[in-house]
Write a protein that binds this ligand. Structure first.
Ligand code: C5P
Length: 245
Protein backbone atom coordinates (compact mmCIF):
# COMPACT_ATOMS: atom_id res chain seq x y z
CA UNK A 1 0.00 0.00 0.00
CA UNK A 2 1.45 3.40 -0.81
CA UNK A 3 0.65 7.05 -0.31
CA UNK A 4 1.24 7.97 -3.96
CA UNK A 5 -2.41 7.74 -4.96
CA UNK A 6 -4.95 10.32 -3.86
CA UNK A 7 -7.36 7.64 -2.77
CA UNK A 8 -7.63 7.40 1.01
CA UNK A 9 -6.82 4.05 2.58
CA UNK A 10 -9.65 2.46 4.55
CA UNK A 11 -8.92 1.72 8.20
CA UNK A 12 -11.41 -0.58 9.94
CA UNK A 13 -11.67 0.13 13.69
CA UNK A 14 -11.88 -3.28 15.32
CA UNK A 15 -13.72 -1.98 18.40
CA UNK A 16 -15.31 -5.28 19.40
CA UNK A 17 -15.63 -6.39 23.04
CA UNK A 18 -15.21 -10.09 22.25
CA UNK A 19 -12.04 -11.84 21.07
CA UNK A 20 -13.71 -14.52 18.94
CA UNK A 21 -15.97 -12.03 17.15
CA UNK A 22 -12.98 -9.76 16.52
CA UNK A 23 -10.93 -12.59 15.00
CA UNK A 24 -13.92 -13.78 12.92
CA UNK A 25 -14.30 -10.31 11.42
CA UNK A 26 -10.54 -9.94 10.91
CA UNK A 27 -10.55 -13.27 9.08
CA UNK A 28 -13.28 -12.02 6.70
CA UNK A 29 -11.35 -8.81 5.99
CA UNK A 30 -7.81 -10.11 5.73
CA UNK A 31 -7.67 -10.26 1.92
CA UNK A 32 -9.13 -6.78 1.45
CA UNK A 33 -6.90 -3.70 0.98
CA UNK A 34 -7.67 -2.35 4.44
CA UNK A 35 -5.74 -1.62 7.63
CA UNK A 36 -7.01 -2.79 11.03
CA UNK A 37 -7.15 -0.30 13.89
CA UNK A 38 -6.51 -1.85 17.28
CA UNK A 39 -7.23 0.32 20.26
CA UNK A 40 -7.89 0.23 23.93
CA UNK A 41 -11.20 -1.63 23.64
CA UNK A 42 -9.72 -4.73 22.01
CA UNK A 43 -6.14 -4.90 23.27
CA UNK A 44 -6.91 -6.03 26.85
CA UNK A 45 -8.86 -9.05 25.60
CA UNK A 46 -6.48 -10.16 22.83
CA UNK A 47 -3.21 -9.36 24.61
CA UNK A 48 0.14 -9.06 22.89
CA UNK A 49 -0.05 -12.58 21.45
CA UNK A 50 -3.39 -11.74 19.87
CA UNK A 51 -1.88 -8.56 18.41
CA UNK A 52 0.98 -10.55 16.90
CA UNK A 53 -1.53 -13.03 15.43
CA UNK A 54 -3.60 -10.24 13.84
CA UNK A 55 -0.41 -8.68 12.50
CA UNK A 56 0.57 -11.89 10.75
CA UNK A 57 -2.99 -12.29 9.31
CA UNK A 58 -2.74 -8.74 7.93
CA UNK A 59 0.95 -8.74 6.92
CA UNK A 60 1.64 -5.94 9.37
CA UNK A 61 -1.25 -3.75 8.15
CA UNK A 62 -2.12 -2.65 11.68
CA UNK A 63 -2.81 0.80 13.08
CA UNK A 64 -2.02 0.69 16.80
CA UNK A 65 -4.11 3.53 18.21
CA UNK A 66 -2.43 3.50 21.62
CA UNK A 67 -2.33 7.31 22.07
CA UNK A 68 0.90 7.17 24.09
CA UNK A 69 1.92 9.92 26.52
CA UNK A 70 4.69 9.64 29.17
CA UNK A 71 8.22 10.88 29.80
CA UNK A 72 10.40 10.81 26.66
CA UNK A 73 12.63 7.85 27.56
CA UNK A 74 9.70 5.61 28.50
CA UNK A 75 7.82 6.30 25.27
CA UNK A 76 10.90 6.12 23.02
CA UNK A 77 12.08 2.81 24.51
CA UNK A 78 8.53 1.47 24.39
CA UNK A 79 8.33 2.29 20.67
CA UNK A 80 11.52 0.29 20.11
CA UNK A 81 10.23 -2.66 22.14
CA UNK A 82 6.94 -2.61 20.26
CA UNK A 83 8.80 -2.69 16.92
CA UNK A 84 10.91 -5.61 18.17
CA UNK A 85 7.82 -7.69 18.91
CA UNK A 86 5.19 -6.91 16.27
CA UNK A 87 4.97 -5.61 12.71
CA UNK A 88 2.69 -2.59 12.39
CA UNK A 89 2.19 0.39 10.06
CA UNK A 90 0.95 3.23 12.24
CA UNK A 91 1.22 4.18 15.92
CA UNK A 92 -0.31 7.19 17.70
CA UNK A 93 1.34 9.38 20.35
CA UNK A 94 -0.25 12.40 22.03
CA UNK A 95 1.28 15.55 20.56
CA UNK A 96 0.79 17.16 23.99
CA UNK A 97 3.64 14.87 25.15
CA UNK A 98 5.83 17.70 23.84
CA UNK A 99 8.98 18.21 21.81
CA UNK A 100 11.36 15.83 23.62
CA UNK A 101 8.87 12.96 23.75
CA UNK A 102 8.04 13.29 20.05
CA UNK A 103 11.61 13.89 18.84
CA UNK A 104 13.08 11.05 20.89
CA UNK A 105 10.36 8.68 19.69
CA UNK A 106 10.99 9.56 16.03
CA UNK A 107 14.75 9.05 16.54
CA UNK A 108 14.19 5.74 18.34
CA UNK A 109 11.82 4.56 15.61
CA UNK A 110 14.36 5.42 12.89
CA UNK A 111 17.21 3.67 14.70
CA UNK A 112 15.14 0.57 15.50
CA UNK A 113 14.09 0.30 11.87
CA UNK A 114 17.71 0.57 10.68
CA UNK A 115 18.95 -1.92 13.26
CA UNK A 116 16.27 -4.47 12.45
CA UNK A 117 12.78 -4.97 13.84
CA UNK A 118 9.66 -6.99 13.09
CA UNK A 119 8.35 -4.11 10.93
CA UNK A 120 8.74 -4.68 7.20
CA UNK A 121 8.29 -0.98 6.50
CA UNK A 122 9.14 1.97 8.73
CA UNK A 123 6.05 2.52 10.91
CA UNK A 124 4.46 5.95 10.73
CA UNK A 125 4.13 7.93 13.96
CA UNK A 126 1.02 10.10 14.06
CA UNK A 127 0.25 12.77 16.65
CA UNK A 128 -3.08 12.94 18.41
CA UNK A 129 -3.89 16.64 18.70
CA UNK A 130 -7.09 17.61 20.53
CA UNK A 131 -9.61 14.83 20.99
CA UNK A 132 -12.90 15.67 19.32
CA UNK A 133 -14.63 15.09 22.66
CA UNK A 134 -13.08 18.39 23.88
CA UNK A 135 -14.95 21.67 23.55
CA UNK A 136 -13.66 25.18 24.38
CA UNK A 137 -14.71 24.83 28.06
CA UNK A 138 -13.00 21.46 28.44
CA UNK A 139 -9.80 22.84 26.90
CA UNK A 140 -9.73 25.72 29.38
CA UNK A 141 -10.28 23.29 32.29
CA UNK A 142 -7.10 21.38 31.42
CA UNK A 143 -5.11 24.60 31.10
CA UNK A 144 -4.94 25.19 27.34
CA UNK A 145 -4.55 28.87 26.49
CA UNK A 146 -6.48 28.64 23.22
CA UNK A 147 -9.91 30.17 22.66
CA UNK A 148 -11.05 27.34 20.43
CA UNK A 149 -10.04 23.71 19.79
CA UNK A 150 -9.16 24.40 16.14
CA UNK A 151 -6.31 26.78 17.10
CA UNK A 152 -4.98 24.17 19.53
CA UNK A 153 -5.16 21.48 16.82
CA UNK A 154 -3.17 23.63 14.34
CA UNK A 155 -0.57 24.49 16.99
CA UNK A 156 -0.07 20.85 18.02
CA UNK A 157 0.02 19.66 14.42
CA UNK A 158 2.81 22.17 13.62
CA UNK A 159 4.71 20.98 16.68
CA UNK A 160 4.31 17.35 15.57
CA UNK A 161 5.66 18.22 12.14
CA UNK A 162 8.64 20.15 13.56
CA UNK A 163 9.49 17.08 15.67
CA UNK A 164 9.58 14.82 12.60
CA UNK A 165 6.26 13.08 13.12
CA UNK A 166 4.64 11.73 9.93
CA UNK A 167 1.23 13.27 10.45
CA UNK A 168 -1.75 13.68 12.75
CA UNK A 169 -5.19 12.36 13.55
CA UNK A 170 -7.88 14.98 13.02
CA UNK A 171 -11.50 15.60 12.24
CA UNK A 172 -12.20 15.52 8.51
CA UNK A 173 -13.16 19.19 8.65
CA UNK A 174 -9.60 20.18 9.54
CA UNK A 175 -7.88 18.32 6.70
CA UNK A 176 -7.81 21.19 4.18
CA UNK A 177 -6.35 23.67 6.67
CA UNK A 178 -3.78 21.14 7.90
CA UNK A 179 -2.67 20.32 4.36
CA UNK A 180 -2.54 24.03 3.47
CA UNK A 181 -0.44 24.88 6.54
CA UNK A 182 1.78 21.81 6.74
CA UNK A 183 1.98 20.46 3.21
CA UNK A 184 0.40 17.64 1.26
CA UNK A 185 2.90 15.05 2.45
CA UNK A 186 1.96 15.53 6.09
CA UNK A 187 -0.40 12.59 6.67
CA UNK A 188 -3.90 13.26 7.97
CA UNK A 189 -5.93 10.33 9.28
CA UNK A 190 -9.59 11.00 9.96
CA UNK A 191 -12.13 9.12 12.07
CA UNK A 192 -15.82 10.05 12.10
CA UNK A 193 -16.55 8.70 8.61
CA UNK A 194 -20.04 7.42 7.84
CA UNK A 195 -21.11 5.78 4.58
CA UNK A 196 -24.18 7.50 3.06
CA UNK A 197 -27.31 6.70 5.05
CA UNK A 198 -25.67 5.02 8.06
CA UNK A 199 -26.25 5.87 11.73
CA UNK A 200 -24.16 8.76 13.16
CA UNK A 201 -23.73 7.00 16.54
CA UNK A 202 -21.95 9.36 18.98
CA UNK A 203 -19.85 11.04 16.26
CA UNK A 204 -20.76 14.72 16.03
CA UNK A 205 -18.68 15.92 13.07
CA UNK A 206 -18.96 13.35 10.35
CA UNK A 207 -18.36 13.06 6.61
CA UNK A 208 -18.96 10.40 3.98
CA UNK A 209 -16.06 8.48 2.40
CA UNK A 210 -16.40 10.49 -0.83
CA UNK A 211 -16.36 13.81 1.09
CA UNK A 212 -13.28 12.66 3.03
CA UNK A 213 -11.60 11.76 -0.26
CA UNK A 214 -12.53 15.14 -1.74
CA UNK A 215 -11.13 16.93 1.33
CA UNK A 216 -7.79 15.11 1.05
CA UNK A 217 -7.80 12.59 3.93
CA UNK A 218 -4.99 10.05 3.57
CA UNK A 219 -6.64 7.41 5.78
CA UNK A 220 -10.30 7.17 6.78
CA UNK A 221 -11.36 5.28 9.90
CA UNK A 222 -14.71 3.50 9.93
CA UNK A 223 -15.79 1.40 12.89
CA UNK A 224 -19.39 0.68 13.83
CA UNK A 225 -20.97 0.97 10.36
CA UNK A 226 -18.79 -2.08 9.55
CA UNK A 227 -18.53 -3.92 12.88
CA UNK A 228 -22.27 -3.68 13.63
CA UNK A 229 -23.45 -4.57 10.14
CA UNK A 230 -24.97 -8.02 9.51
CA UNK A 231 -22.82 -8.04 6.33
CA UNK A 232 -19.56 -6.24 7.17
CA UNK A 233 -17.81 -7.40 4.02
CA UNK A 234 -20.35 -5.74 1.74
CA UNK A 235 -20.05 -2.44 3.68
CA UNK A 236 -16.26 -2.61 3.24
CA UNK A 237 -16.65 -3.37 -0.46
CA UNK A 238 -19.05 -0.44 -0.94
CA UNK A 239 -16.63 1.96 0.79
CA UNK A 240 -13.68 0.66 -1.26
CA UNK A 241 -15.74 1.14 -4.41
CA UNK A 242 -16.48 4.78 -3.49
CA UNK A 243 -12.84 5.46 -2.60
CA UNK A 244 -11.52 3.98 -5.82
CA UNK A 245 -13.91 5.69 -8.23
O1 C5P B 1 -17.36 3.43 15.22
P1 C5P B 1 -16.74 4.66 14.67
O2 C5P B 1 -16.64 4.68 13.15
O3 C5P B 1 -17.35 5.92 15.22
O4 C5P B 1 -15.22 4.53 15.21
C1 C5P B 1 -14.41 5.57 15.31
C2 C5P B 1 -13.06 5.15 15.74
O5 C5P B 1 -12.24 6.28 15.62
C3 C5P B 1 -12.97 4.69 17.18
O6 C5P B 1 -12.04 3.61 17.25
C4 C5P B 1 -12.42 5.88 17.94
O7 C5P B 1 -11.50 5.55 18.94
C5 C5P B 1 -11.67 6.63 16.86
N1 C5P B 1 -11.61 8.08 17.09
C6 C5P B 1 -12.69 8.94 17.00
N2 C5P B 1 -12.55 10.27 17.20
C7 C5P B 1 -11.36 10.74 17.48
C8 C5P B 1 -10.24 9.91 17.55
C9 C5P B 1 -10.42 8.55 17.35
O8 C5P B 1 -13.80 8.51 16.74
N3 C5P B 1 -11.23 12.04 17.63
Amino acid sequence: MNMASNNPILVVALDIPDKKQAFDLADKLKDKPVILKIGWMLYPIIGHDGLIELSSMFNGRLFLDFKLHDIPSVIANGVVNLMKTVSFEILTLHATGGTSMLEQSVKARDLAFTNGSECSQKPKLLGVTILTSFDAVGLKQVGFGFENPNDAVMNLASLAKECGMDGVVSSVHEVSELKRNLGDDFIVLTPGIRPEGSDKGDQARIATPSEAKELGSDYIVVGRPITKSPDPLSVVEQILHVLNT
